[in-house]
Design a protein. Structure first.
Length: 384
């Protein structure tokens, strides 16, 4: 059990906290800043890589993910320096995946060529919508035409390009979402992240909703119909859901996100970054302060991480269940039992299977397509 993380692998997440503007639906740790001292940020990232590598350098690194914020605002030389340091500190998997998140407004051919030459081999684009009216409503700074051009540029430089779309938007009906999704799948993409719009506290949309000023959101029935239509269309074109909100052609799944969902270990570097690290036989939850200024100051004083929290076995088991059942492949119940010290409730599994919400094989338990639509309820039934 002390080496349980090996079932999921080991990844490195680097958080770039800056955006050109704050989207009204976004509750990620992102900030708008007129000036960014990228040389200072480079020193901080390299110092944190050295610190984490000193603890985990005997491992093989499977994935690297530049998330944000908008990492495509990073100077290519900064990305190059980070990846050079990573290569010098860990043994790398033969199929190392290096993803960088990008917004269409920050894409140009020269910058993408430089990212590719630095070693980035996968791009995840924040497209969000394919029509100008909804892009404006979502606070996006690019037009639909700019988004398509950015996708074409990315495809010229990277074999693997994913993009995000948000559905269940204001005044969106099922016919409009179906047309938009069919347009998206025609763009020869091999991976989608398709998210239902959620209204989060602390966001501009959250404040508008609380004041009764966010009108036109679909009701639960229409949102459910949109989810089911999403599955139907993606299945029909060979992009099945390998996770609740993620669709891919076989072999094009995001390996870094699989590290999370298969409950591997991952180191988080950057403001607000979280991690899970198994050290000395104990899995720890790690977290960094959200403030970019505070994080830089802490790194320059020796460590950009808040005090770690040792995770008890029962909490690890719950996390494993929460993450693993999101995947179409499901979980190994023996692995759950090793973490929890007890087996999953057989009677409830039988009931959920009889209802068509779970499926069982000799060594896996997984939610069916019907079950993934009500996954939170399934997990509540199975949790101790």
């Amino acid at each position: 059990m002390t080496e349980d993380w090996r079932h999921g692998g080991f990844g490195l997440y680097l958080h770039w906290p800056f955006c050109a503007a704050k989207c009204p639906y976004c509750d990620f740790n992102s900030h708008v800043s007129a000036q960014i001292d990228q040389a200072r940020w480079a020193r901080a990232y390299l110092a944190e890589i050295d610190r984490i590598a000193a603890e985990t350098g005997d491992r093989i690194l499977n994935t690297v993910f530049f998330g944000g914020g908008t990492p495509s605002l990073m100077d290519p030389d900064l990305v190059q320096a980070i990846l050079d340091r990573i290569r010098s500190r860990w043994r790398l998997a033969n199929d190392l995946e290096i993803t960088l998140e990008a917004n269409p407004t920050s894409i140009d051919a020269g910058r993408f060529r430089a990212y590719s030459e630095a070693g980035v081999n996968r791009i995840s684009m924040g497209m969000q919508a394919l029509n100008d009216a909804d892009l404006k409503r979502l606070g996006r700074m690019h037009s639909a035409a700019e988004g398509r051009r950015a996708f074409d540029i990315a495809r010229r430089h990277f074999d693997r390009v994913s993009f995000d779309l948000i559905y269940a938007r204001q005044d969106q009906d099922l016919t409009a979402w179906e047309a938009e999704l069919r347009e998206a799948v025609a763009m020869a993409v091999d991976h989608f992240s398709l998210y239902q719009l959620t209204i989060e506290e602390g966001t501009a949309f959250g404040a508008r909703a609380a004041a009764g000023k966010l009108r036109g959101l679909p009701d639960d029935d229409l949102s459910a119909d949109m989810y089911l239509k999403t599955q139907e269309i993606c299945d029909s074109v060979g992009l099945p859901a390998y996770e609740v909100s993620n669709h891919a052609r076989p072999g094009a799944e995001c390996h870094h996100n699989l590290v999370y969902w298969r409950y591997g270990d991952y180191a988080g570097i950057g403001p607000g970054a979280h991690g899970r690290l198994t050290l000395g036989g104990q899995r720890h939850a790690t977290e960094a302060p959200k403030s970019p200024a505070l994080w830089l100051d802490m790194v320059e004083r020796g460590c950009g991480e808040l005090p770690r929290m040792a995770l008890p076995r029962d909490e690890q088991a719950v996390e494993f269940l929460l993450f693993g059942l999101r995947l179409s492949e499901g979980i190994d119940p023996l692995r759950y039992a090793a973490l929890a010290g007890e087996t999953l409730p057989a009677g409830k599994i039988e009931d959920l299977t009889a209802m068509g919400l779970l499926r069982q094989t000799d060594d896996r338990i997984a939610a069916t397509a019907q079950g993934r639509a009500v996954l939170n309820g399934i997990i509540r039934e199975l949790m101790p």
